[in-house]
Write a protein that binds this ligand. Sequence first.
Ligand code: AMP
Ligand code: MG
Length: 347
Amino acid sequence: MIVLGLETSCDETAAALVDDSRRIRAERLFSQLEAHRPFGGVVPEVAARAHLEMLDGLITEVMDEAGLNFTDLDGVAATAGPGLIGGLIVGVMTGKAISAVHAKPFIAVNHLEAHALTPRLTAGIAFPYLVLLVSGGHCQLLLAEAVGRYRRLGTTLDDALGEAFDKAAKAVGLGYPGGPAVERWARAGDPARFRLPRPMLGRPDCHFSFSGLKTAVVQTVEALPPGPLSDTDLADLCASFQAAAGDSLVDRTRAAIGMVAARTLVVVGGVAANSYLRGRLQALSESLGVRLVAPPQRLCTDNGAMIAWAGIERLRLGLTDALDVAPRPRWPLDPEAEPVAFAGVKA
Ligand code: AMP
Ligand code: MG
């Protein structure tokens, strides 16, 4: 069984071919980072146009590399949400067109489900497992019970963790995206120099909140002498922020592990690239006797292989979609989850 996967939900255009023996036959990814950098964030209209320009070429390249024709496919999967509607339309319409012309099943993939299923592609792990999804737009703790069955244990009340890294970076004068720069500067810094809040620490639930921490960074900068920060101040502030974020992340994850007696913890999303945070999660897992699974970085951030794999998982269960299925900018994995304060903001 072999499925073509298309990803266009945010600022990465990607196509990949994956088979049911967990082999990635070919993958291509075009990052639109340079197109958005001047604006300091993702511009939806710019993103949609770039997807439209790039997607067909990437599909041709993966088909050529794998030596396949569309007639060889068992299905076509495209991210149908959640995400920016312009990009979603591009991927979904392209996928539907291939599927209609060649009479192949179409699979409308939930982007969050694809992230959550990635460790089954990379490490073949079995259900159930706990997923910590930390990216620029999402910050959730999910219990993955089966394909299509997820329990949202925790979510953010305000900012996602990657978003907090990006905003903190902006506050200290670093460019976009800020996460990697904050991590680099933090390496040389003193994490105890600035006293920043540890949001949500010790609460019995496992929700997150990061906007107060970001505000504390802004206020700390304002209290320093005006003008650009010295290298020492910059490094110390980055290290203090990262340590505070790490304390909060570890505390919330520990609460979730306890809540469901998890034996396996999976971490995915762009923030999973942070080796300090990975180290903290590794230490937490070891102390609790939990197995930590982190897919390779290129499969933690948005990519086509995870969409193709989610397509395989759903196709195997006969979970295909009609060609009139619509893209969904909001598409919670667990619609039953209890609403939290500022509900829906980052559902
Ligand atoms: P994604 O939303 O999955 O595409 O991931 C992008 C987000 O991950 C952005 O908010 C980045 O700032 C963040 N990110 C990437 N690398 C790192 C890092 N090393 N440390 C912290 N955040 C990071
Ligand atoms: Mg993502």
